[in-house]
Design a protein around this ligand. Structure first.
Ligand SMILES: Cc1ncc(COP(=O)(O)O)c(C=O)c1O
Length: 389
């Protein structure tokens, strides 16, 4: 590129697609005078429920709120242990700690990044109450093995499905079976409500308790007054957001199909020397959704740090992320006695992962640009081979 060549537009890390019909729909909600939770929340919940095979769904202001309410719903509190994966977002650590329970971290697979179920089984003890696995784009946790283990050991499961709405397991969508499942509708997810989340329940009784827990813990009494028996939160989703959610859910199949085409292009074009570790390659009919495309840098063969690599991409107008830091090694995680070396795959991922742009507003050319930039930066930074004596 010469000094006068126009620079291509910066490529964002995430970029939600909200169409004019949804914007007009939001304007209608605003004009209606009923802007907080109401009829659009009911419609959104009904649409999500039919998406999840008819199971009851309740929406909240975030997936973080959904995980918090899920753990409260299960009655988890001080003295309990909850097993989760060191390779996930801070939500799972924070919400377990907020209940007063103890997080127990296990490792994950280096390529799929999903929780190691053999390690989960080994860590089950008398105080274990629940397992909170995070599903990864491109590869779900083995649902048969997970739920068989939970049933055998009488444990509850909260599937953190923030990244995978639309993924399928043996032809059924995530959320349509299992125990409790939570979704995120943050703008960098497969679909958005600006901020928002959902919790899929087993039955109407659980859903009713979620309604109480997401709104102050308020129970309405027959005499028209209200009571609070348990300190609930304030996590109800406004209709403005739910209106966007209804429109986004209709477009979800198209978003997912486009994301998948972009990922296939990444696999066709992503070639670096030294080589990065890539996520699992999509296979025809595998039912996987793709929220993120994360690679592991070959740091041992590079002269530059991950930060310098990300800066080099940023200088070329390409935004990147880190998904995720090791939960057991952050300051809060270490309070539970964890040290470097405890979860080797989680730590290797945390140290060397880079999340490349992947969103439905991207084109195949954008993917080519990212692949070319990664190859260029890594080729420049290859560590020289040691001189032979
Ligand atoms: C794996 C995972 N779980 C949960 C969350 C929390 O989602 P929210 O921002 O909707 O609270 C995130 C957010 O990025 C996430 O990546």
């Amino acid at each position: 590129m010469g000094p006068d060549t126009p620079r291509p537009a910066p490529l964002k890390f995430a970029s939600p697609l909200i169409d004019e019909a949804a914007i007009a729909g939001v304007a209608d909600v605003l004009r209606s005078g009923h802007i907080t939770s109401g009829v659009w929340v009911e419609r959104f919940e009904a649409a999500l429920s039919s998406f999840c095979g008819g199971r009851p769904v309740r929406v909240l202001t975030s997936a973080t709120a959904a995980v918090e309410v899920a753990l409260q719903l299960l009655g988890i509190g001080p003295g309990d242990e909850v097993i989760t994966c060191g390779q996930s977002f801070f939500t799972v650590l924070n919400m377990i700690v907020k209940t007063g329970a103890t997080p127990v971290f296990v490792d994950c697979d280096l390529v799929t990044r999903n929780i190691d179920l053999a390690a989960v089984e080994a860590r089950i003890g008398p105080r274990t109450r629940a397992i909170v696995p995070t599903h990864w784009p491109g590869s779900l946790v083995d649902m048969d093995a997970l739920h068989a283990l939970a049933r055998a050991r009488k444990l509850r499961v909260v599937e953190d499905a923030a990244l995978v709405i639309g993924s399928r397991w043996r032809d059924r969508p995530i959320g349509a079976f299992g125990d409790i499942v939570t979704f995120s509708f943050h703008p960098n997810k497969n679909m958005t409500t600006i901020e928002g989340g959902a919790i899929v329940c087993n039955d109407e009784e659980e859903a009713r308790r979620v309604e109480v827990l997401r709104f102050h813990g308020i129970e309405r009494l027959p005499d028209g007054t209200r009571d609070v028996a348990f300190p609930g939160g304030k996590f109800n989703l406004p209709d403005v957001n739910a209106r966007i959610g209804v429109a986004q859910l209709e477009r979800l199949p198209a978003f997912l199909a486009h994301r998948r085409r972009l990922v296939e292009r990444y696999f066709e074009r992503f070639a670096t020397d030294p080589a990065c570790v890539l996520p699992p390659r999509p296979v025809e009919g595998d039912g996987q959704s793709w929220n993120m495309f994360c690679v592991l840098l070959p740091l041992g063969e590079m002269r530059m740090s991950r930060k310098a690599f990300r800066d080099a991409l940023a200088a070329r107008g390409i935004a990147t992320g880190v998904s995720y830091e090791a939960l057991h090694l952050c300051t809060l995680g270490r309070r539970y006695g964890y040290h470097r070396g405890d979860l080797p795959n989680t730590e290797r991922i945390a140290d060397s992962t880079v999340t490349l742009p992947l969103h439905a507003a991207m084109s195949l050319d954008d993917v080519d640009r990212v692949c070319a930039a990664c190859a260029e930066v890594l080729a420049e930074q290859r560590r020289p081979a040691p001189v032979q004596a």
